[in-house]
Every structure is written in C-alpha cells, then in structure tokens.
Write a protein that binds this ligand. Structure first.
Ligand SMILES: Cc1cc2nc3c(=O)[nH]c(=O)nc-3n(C[C@H](O)[C@H](O)[C@H](O)COP(=O)(O)O)c2cc1C
Length: 138
C-alpha cells in the first residue's frame, strides 16, 4: 500500500471545473480501490491518493496528464501499513479565509493558496493538513 501527495495549480481561473474533477475522481477511485482527499485553496490543489501501488501509479499518471491543472509537484510517496483516508474515495474541501483564522499555525501554508515553497520545505505539513480536513477537525 502506498500513499502519494502532490501540489498543483488550477489551469486558468475557472473554478467551475472543480465539481467535474471531483465526480470523475470518485467514480474512478471507487473502481480502483483508491482513497484520498483533495484540498483546494486560491487556485492550488493539494491531494493525497492511497491504495495498491499499481493503482496509485496508474491514477497519478492519469491525473498528471489532466490539462485542468499544471505544475504538479510530488511531495511525498511512501509505503504505508494501512489507509489513513479510508472514509473517502475522494474527499474534497475548499479552504477559506475563515479556516485560516481558525488554524493560525497552518495559515501560512494555505492562506491565499497553498504556499509551494513553505510546503515543499516541510512536506509533513501537507499530510497534517489533509488529515485535519479529512476528519473534519476544524
Ligand atoms: C486536481 C485533480 C485531481 C484529480 N483527482 C483524481 C483522482 O483522485 N482519481 C482519478 O481517477 N482522477 C482524478 N482526476 C481526474 C483525472 O485527471 C482524469 O481527468 C479522469 O480520471 C479522466 O476520467 P474521465 O474522462 O472518465 O472523467 C483529477 C484531476 C484533477 C485536475
């Protein structure tokens, strides 16, 4: 079982594609035994996908070829003993300024979009953020 986390930028500024992205993710992931979480903030995505290695690699390849986002930056690819996002075939949450107010310790990483250089320097923060919103612990 592996877990993969990446950052990317929405191509263009058309947030109306988000619902379609999520619907297709849920459909495919249910079929391929993938679970995970997708966060969106100010034009950036942070996503975790987990499952059997082949399924995760196949899914990531498909995701990385999707023209609706760009500048994919793989942050973490790790073996895991068990799923940490099993409640979602693909969970989704769009972060707001109100979340930044509630989470001052994390705000520097996602306010006005995900801060690519700050997160790259501390990729463990990406997993913490994804878990926080997966579990609804706001
Ligand atoms: C930010 C983002 C996240 C995505 N997440 C997933 C995902 O978790 N699983 C998946 O199968 N496709 C995901 N996709 C969609 C794929 O890139 C691709 O469009 C889709 O699988 C194509 O299937 P369809 O033509 O049957 O809709 C994602 C796309 C984007 C832009």
């Amino acid at each position: 079982m592996i877990q993969l986390i990446y950052l990317s930028d929405l191509a263009g500024r058309d947030e109306s594609v988000l619902a379609d992205i999520l619907a297709s993710a849920v459909r495919h992931n249910t079929a391929s035994g993938i679970t995970g979480m997708l966060l969106y903030a100010g034009g950036n995505f942070l996503q975790v996908i987990e499952g059997e290695e082949d399924a995760v690699h196949e899914t990531y390849k498909r995701i990385s070829e999707d023209p609706r986002h760009k500048n994919l930056n793989l942050l973490i690819e790790d073996e895991v003993d068990s799923r940490q996002f099993e409640r979602w075939s693909m969970g989704f949450y769009s972060l707001t300024d109100a979340d930044a107010e509630k989470l001052p310790a994390f705000a520097p990483y996602f306010r006005y979009g995900f801060d690519r250089s700050a997160i790259t320097a501390r990729p463990g923060v990406a997993l913490d953020l994804l878990q926080l919103f997966c579990n609804g612990n706001l």
